[in-house]
Design a binder for this molecule. Structure first.
Ligand SMILES: [Fe+2]
Length: 269
């Protein structure tokens, strides 16, 4: 069985819109293990004036204790999902404290933003000595409308992109699924994570997405995105773009047909 690392998961109970209690967190952990997940990065939402993430290590320590008591063998490390406004205004020490596993990567929230804001926030994050990972760009209208613009700022501002597994499975609708496939086939996706919030629609599951990526991109690219790069995130080493066959890369005409047809109204935040 393949072993996955989930680099984006809301599994800490009672801190954001993830699990409301410890029982739900334990149920999510059991579901993750059954799917082949061995490591989870706990990434609670940072919300100015509500939650600054400063007690994450204590909360994660409590969660680990509960895992041990329940016989659950799942490794946890700390991260956070950081809004653009915090990336632009937060001080260096604070932003570094929110990096994944104390390393060089910072997970940036994309909801309600724009290309300009992403570029500005990424520049600020880089000034702090961190590398931004953009969470679920496929679920934003500005990326759905101009995915090639994302490629430009990724290269210019050294941004890494993380797709949500359920997006490519079609859980959030056809437009998000098509955008996901386009980004993945264009080599713009470095990582896939669950962005799980519960045991329901947004669950900690990755294996089905891996199968889809093997079919759509080939096994080598799927392994880069879903096995090797997640491991590099924890080790704080450089992420690689997946190697794609030229035949897999969407042609511009296909792209225009796909994205001019419909603007998304199914963004899920
Ligand atoms: Fe999230």
């Amino acid at each position: 069985m393949l072993e996955f690392i989930d680099t984006h998961c809301h599994i800490i109970p009672g801190v954001d819109d993830g699990p409301p209690d410890m029982d739900t967190s334990l149920a999510m952990a059991r579901m993750a293990i059954a799917d082949g997940i061995t490591d989870i990065v706990a990434t609670p939402h940072i919300v100015e004036g509500y939650y600054d993430g400063s007690d994450r290590e204590q909360r994660i320590a409590q969660l680990r204790k509960s895992f041990t008591s329940a016989g659950i063998d799942l490794r946890l490390s700390a991260g956070a999902e950081v809004p653009m406004s915090t990336c632009m205004a937060g001080d260096k020490t604070f932003l570094k404290s929110l990096a994944i596993n104390g390393g060089r990567f910072l997970l940036m929230e994309t909801a309600g933003t724009s290309f300009d804001q992403v570029a500005q926030a990424a520049y600020r994050v880089r000034l702090c000595g961190l590398y931004p990972i953009l969470a679920h760009p496929e679920r934003t209208i500005f990326v759905q409308k101009r995915p090639n613009r994302l490629n430009e700022i990724m290269e210019h501002d050294q941004i890494y992109c993380q797709l949500t597994a359920a997006s490519i499975e079609g859980v959030f609708g056809k437009t998000i699924k098509k955008t996901s496939l386009f980004l993945a086939k264009s080599g713009m996706i470095h990582l896939v994570a669950s962005d799980a919030h519960s045991t329901g629609k947004r669950a900690p599951l990755l294996s089905n997405c891996y199968k889809i990526l093997c079919e759509e991109l080939g096994e080598t690219a799927a392994r880069t995105i879903m096995l090797q790069n997640p491991s590099r995130v924890l080790e704080s080493s450089k992420l690689e773009r997946p190697a794609l066959d030229a035949g897999d890369i969407p042609k511009r005409g296909h792209f225009l047909k796909l994205f001019q047809r419909k603007q998304s109204s199914d963004y899920t935040g």
